[in-house]
Design a protein around this ligand. Structure first.
Ligand SMILES: [Zn+2]
Ligand SMILES: [Zn+2]
Length: 841
């Protein structure tokens, strides 16, 4: 996936914020010769080489594994930018990696792949600047990313790696496009689209944020361009209703729901007064029809010409010209002064036969609904302001109490109908039902559903993307490139610079553009627009299933073996881009019978952002960017992994802390030193066994539910208990090494080997806990105020003084009696009593 802005993590000042490697930090305790530290550099390399050589994490479709034991865990694949990995990438990757390793040790068959989303603008911009072919720079970046990712010890099946810019991959992206085209879901149109003057390309609506280009932040213009669009609107209802099946966060589902923007209402026909045609409007409030006192059309509405009378023509033309210069955002800004002009024409309100004036105004968009509205100023604030400004009549038709009264602002609430003929007295909801029926009976309207979702502007006027596999033949019109000719490869160009004319640099390569029609043999021209950056990521999770298949995009048995994706982890910034587009493609593929599920991603988790120290966003200008390479180099891969998981819950944003990572490194060093003790086969003490079984219970349940930070905290409790022992007990240590393995796999492999285990620990059997052994021993602790017993509580044996004091302070009766006072002195007798001494009580 592409980050919305490029983040440069190659920052020379990085150590000024992250600090030098721990062993050289001034002020750290002097490291005694016998206080050895984890030799992570050696261990990391050793085990990474072992996994690579033995293909430890390769997975095949073993038919003996029952379906409920097959799991597909997916990371949002990265865009291989020249900046390399940033610390946000390993966060999600570590989370899924721990989860996958945990599942494997619990007997699951796990598909966990990685690849690269490698078409996109930065490589092309780099080519423009330096004249280096995007393929060369992209391949270099991928190489760098792969090395960085491997240095963190993730358990990917690298045999399944894919890159979306490889012809072997985009052959199938083009194949899917042709399927979509055959289904009538891709069409060409000359429409006004969002144009980024800086990127010199058209953009999809989803790529425009607050009127600016999602990628570069430039103000977006409107431009009339020939485009390829995908009919995502045909899937609006299913994209909406199928959200209910998914285990995604409510906030993310809501973002998709709002983007799809379904509203239920009625289409109503208003005949023009001279009888030539009707204006169709969509309204969610057909119960306010009697209050429609005027109409407003978008300046681009096709009836504007017909309606405009001679006397109003000049003003109307002038207004249309001005509107053309404004963006949709400017036009629909609620705060702006309402503008508009009267066309001189009239329509008839079909419910009361009133003659009502027709205006034009730029706050009506031709792309939304029908491009025309009935204005009900009494019950819509924008219409109210417009009517006040232009002195148009305002008729109340909804009332709180069934009587008419003066309105100072529009009343948008439901109520009781007034001034509505035979419908007077009806409640809003009842009225809505009755009026739709009434309109339908008379053939002047019908129930209707409207969506905010627009068709997906799918073509880009740039070089570094998948060529759209279509031809324009003089005789046959649009002709698809025959399937057997795919992939239609990107040709070499001399110059990558976008033409800015709305055509891609491919236009200049005449011997590529000019070709023969495969149908009739006549002169034909290739489509020169390329696909948007989102195309390749719409289906990559399918290609992982069968990445080297040359005859189908993925074999049916492999699809059936693994799909759908059980867990998908990535950033929330793709809510209405990648996640909506991929669902759309998947549904089309489902409809043509080439995939076996109607949704691709059953469960989705968005990781929180990793902020700079101090809680601000990492940025080059603030000098607070942490480079993962430096962290791995200074602290080791395991410390990096564990630290990112220990920072806080996966889903929340959290600031980086140099102290924090040093602390994790010390924790790993401590584990390493314990492992150097002589191992004992004696029976471990009860107390240690109890902590062990509590740790297995907590780490198992927390890992399963992706609560990695609390699992690590429990491992720390365990390790400190080990520190209290004079011996290292084999059975206890062995269980701990297994629990540690998903989190710190390099260290765990090494410790496993030291214990005489056969590699790889990645397939060791996860330890089980004994509920009896894990059970806390309970004791009654009494709480006193000034020596008098005021409460008691059953608590687990061995709580610390601070914990006991807190329990006493939290006790409801004690709380009440203290009435907010702080005790002057607290006496704690372990496992027995807490006495709070308060002078003033
Ligand atoms: Zn841009
Ligand atoms: Zn032809």
């Amino acid at each position: 996936m592409k980050p919305s802005t490029e983040r440069n993590t190659r920052d020379e000042t990085v150590w000024s914020t992250a600090g030098p490697p721990i062993d050289a930090t001034p002020g750290e305790p002097v490291i005694c010769p016998d206080m050895s530290t984890l030799p992570f550099a050696r261990i990391d390399k050793k085990w990474q080489a072992y996994w690579e050589k033995n293909k430890t994490f390769r997975v095949q479709e073993d038919p003996d594994v029952p379906p409920e034991k097959r799991v597909y865990v997916l990371d949002m694949f990265p865009y291989p930018s020249s900046a390399g990995l940033h610390v946000g990438h390993p966060e999600g990757y570590t989370a899924t990696d721990i989860y996958c390793r945990f599942l494997r040790m619990n007997g699951y068959h796990v598909l966990h792949p990685m690849g690269f989303d490698s078409f996109g603008l930065p490589a092309e911009n780099y080519a423009i600047k330096h004249g280096i072919h995007p393929k060369i720079s992209t391949d270099e970046n991928i190489e760098h990313f792969r090395t960085q990712i491997k240095a963190l010890g993730f358990s990917y099946d690298w045999d399944r790696e894919i890159s979306t810019h490889e012809p072997e991959y985009y052959k199938w992206t083009q194949w899917i496009f042709l399927k979509i085209w055959e289904k009538g879901l891709a069409y060409e149109a000359q429409i006004p689209i969002n144009w980024c003057t800086s990127c010199m390309t058209g953009l999809a609506n989803e790529e425009v944020k607050n009127g600016r280009c999602e990628r570069c932040g430039s103000q977006v213009e409107r431009r009339d361009l020939r485009q390829w669009l995908l009919k995502i609107t045909a899937y609006a209802e299913r994209l909406l209703s199928d959200l209910d099946k998914l285990e995604w966060s409510e906030s993310l589902k809501l973002m998709q729901r709002n983007w799809i923007g379904k509203s239920v209402g009625a289409n109503v026909h208003f005949p023009l007064i001279d009888g030539e045609g009707t204006i169709e409007v969509f309204t969610t409030r057909p119960d306010t029809l009697f209050g429609a006192t005027y109409m407003v059309l978008a300046p681009e509405h096709p009836l504007v010409d017909t309606l405009t009378t001679q006397g109003h023509k000049r003003a109307v033309d002038e207004y249309i010209n001005q509107a053309r210069l404004k963006s949709d955002l400017e036009r629909t800004d609620l705060a702006k002064e309402k503008t508009g002009v009267f066309t001189g024409g009239y329509a008839i309100n079909p419910v009361n036969k009133e003659k009502i004036p027709v205006w034009i105004s730029d706050y009506i968009l031709i792309s939304y609904g029908t491009g025309a509205i009935m204005a009900v100023p009494a019950h819509d604030q924008r219409d109210f302001e417009f009517a006040k400004k232009f002195d148009l009549s305002i008729v109340q038709v909804v009332s709180r109490d069934g009587t008419e009264y003066k309105l100072d602002v529009a009343d948008v609430e439901d109520g009781i109908a007034v001034n509505s003929g035979q419908f007077n007295g009806l409640s809003t909801s009842e009225f809505k039902e009755r009026i739709v029926q009434w309109l339908e009976e008379r053939g002047i309207g019908s129930k209707a559903i409207n969506y905010k979702l627009r068709d997906w502007v799918f073509s880009r006027q740039r070089y570094w993307g998948e060529p759209i596999p279509l031809l324009h033949c003089e005789k046959c019109g649009i002709v698809p490139v025959p399937y057997e000719e795919l992939p239609l490869r990107l040709p070499e160009v001399e110059r990558y610079t976008p033409t800015g004319t709305g055509e891609s640099p491919l236009v200049a390569i005449e011997d590529w553009v000019n070709t023969e029609c495969p149908r009739c043999g006549a002169q034909a021209k290739r489509e020169t627009n390329t696909m948007p950056q989102w195309a390749g990521s719409c289906w990559y999770y399918i290609r992982y299933l069968d990445p080297h298949n040359d005859t189908v995009f993925a074999a049916k048995d492999k699809l059936e073996y693994w799909m759908p994706v059980d867990l998908y982890v990535g950033g929330a910034e793709h809510a209405v881009l990648h996640l909506l587009y991929a669902r759309f493609w998947h549904k089309v593929l489902y409809d043509i019978g080439v995939v076996n599920t109607d949704e691709p991603f059953m469960r989705l988790v968005n990781q929180g952002m990793i902020l700079g120290e101090g809680g601000v966003k990492m940025s080059k200008s603030l000098g607070n960017v942490i480079n993962p390479d430096d962290v791995v180099c200074g602290y080791g891969a395991d410390a990096m992994r564990m630290y990112e998981m220990f920072m806080g819950p996966l889903k929340v944003s959290k600031p980086w802390s140099t102290k924090g990572i040093a602390g994790i490194k010390r924790f790993l060093d401590r584990i390493w030193r314990f492992s150097e003790r002589e191992i004992s086969d004696d029976e471990p003490p009860q107390k240690l066994l109890k902590v062990l079984h509590q740790t297995i219970r907590k780490v198992s349940t927390d890992t399963e539910t992706l609560q990695f930070n609390t699992a690590i905290a429990q491992m720390m409790i365990f390790v400190s208990e080990v520190g209290k022992q004079s011996k290292l007990y084999r059975s206890v240590w062995r269980s701990f090494v297994l629990m540690l393995a998903p989190y710190a796999p390099h260290l765990a492999e090494e410790l496993w080997e030291k214990l005489g285990g056969k590699p790889s620990v990645a397939y060791g059997e996860y330890p089980a806990w004994d509920e009896d052994l894990a059970k806390e021993e309970m004791v009654t602790v009494v709480f006193q105020i000034n020596g008098k017993i005021r409460g008691r509580e059953e608590l687990s044996v061995g709580m610390s003084s601070t914990e006991l004091e807190q329990k006493a302070l939290d006790h409801p009766r004690i709380k009440e009696m203290l009435a907010g006072l702080t005790p002057d002195k607290v006496i704690v007798v372990a496992d027995k009593l807490v006495n709070l001494v308060v002078k003033s009580v």
